[in-house]
Design a protein around this ligand. Structure first.
Ligand SMILES: [Fe+2]
Ligand SMILES: [Fe+2]
Length: 322
């Protein structure tokens, strides 16, 4: 079989690969794959991995300040889960990078140097407990919508990692919903706090899904990922799903969406809404958001301080250490 594959031309291999994709077959790490499929996966999964890791930081700030023991245990478990998601995805990305002579350390170095971007939402401040609630309820809610789309991804290891990740994300969103419901039933001050958090996070939540394809002209990442069945929906499809699910829920608990224009247009069959500032989005994801610098510095220092653990595990410099 291997000899047969080796005797095929690159064009024939590509043709066979696309037949497998079309037939809904799963591609595995050791299978032949075209370079741009591998690159698309590395790009997507690396970004997903570092976003999980950076995503633990805004909520980590709330572990020592959580209002009750019960909330503290829940938010600690969530932070640990997010780091675990990052580790799982780094392994998936690392397997894809092996033939290119690269590994997970390269991914982290790209994060520290600013070459590899992480999700816009994790560049934002989380100064109140209301923010911790909004992150868990709506950011994780948005992540569930995005990640569920790839549960049937053509790349087997990514799809399998997402099975576990999505299951845990559901717990995160329930934890967030529980915080929000408690605050909306609380004092006037608590109600005000949660409304302020929603108002401040709303543009970031819309940006989470990325620009519409037409605003993304020249960048074919989304289209390529759809062609290869790594993902199945456009950014706008996902944002509309988010509105379908969350606009009624947000309004039903008495919170006000900070967009007077938002409504469902029956004729078009879609939500009409005020666009967030996409120039601001570019600024944020290129490392110029309110907390980009602090969070990257924290992550870099932590990575440097734990070098001895990695060295010990890899049995490097063990003699020097003792
Ligand atoms: Fe996660
Ligand atoms: Fe999560």
């Amino acid at each position: 079989m291997l000899e047969m594959a080796q005797s095929l031309t690159e064009e024939e291999k590509y043709h066979r690969f696309m037949e497998r994709i079309e037939a809904g077959e799963r591609i595995e790490a050791d299978d032949w794959m075209p370079d741009d499929y591998r690159e698309a996966l590395i790009r997507l999964i690396s970004m997903h991995a570092v976003s999980e890791i950076m995503g633990a930081l805004p909520e980590k700030e709330w572990v020592p300040k959580a209002p009750t023991l019960h909330r503290k245990l829940a938010i600690m478990a969530k932070v640990q889960d997010e780091m675990g998601h990052g580790q799982l995805l780094l392994r998936v990305a690392e397997d894809l990078m092996k033939p290119l002579g690269r590994n997970r350390e390269d991914i982290l170095k790209d994060l520290f140097s600013g070459k590899l971007k992480f999700h816009n939402v994790f560049h934002m401040k989380a100064p109140t407990w209301g923010d911790a609630g909004i992150i868990a309820w709506l950011v994780d809610g948005a992540a569930i919508i995005t990640q569920s789309m790839s549960l049937n991804s053509s790349y087997g290891p990514y799809a399998r990692a997402l099975q576990r990740i999505c299951a845990e994300e559901v717990f995160h969103a329930q934890h967030g919903e529980s915080i929000i419901l408690a605050l909306t039933e609380g004092t006037e001050e608590q109600k005000k706090m949660i409304q302020t958090s929603l108002t401040e996070w709303w543009p970031a939540l819309l940006m989470f899904f990325g620009p519409r394809s037409k605003e993304n002209v020249g960048k074919s990442h989304v289209n390529k990922n759809i062609k290869y069945k790594i993902r199945t929906k456009t950014n706008e499809d996902l944002r509309q799903e988010f509105f379908n699910k969350y606009v009624p829920r947000i309004q039903s608990i008495g919170l006000k969406i900070p967009d007077e224009t938002i409504h469902f247009n029956e004729e078009k069959g879609e939500w009409i809404y005020e666009q967030p500032d996409w120039d601001e989005f570019k600024k944020i994801v290129t490392g110029h958001g309110p907390m980009s610098k602090e969070r990257l510095e924290l992550r870099t220092t932590s990575y440097e301080n734990t070098a001895w653990v990695r060295d010990a595990l890899a049995n490097r410099n063990v003699k020097e250490a003792y």
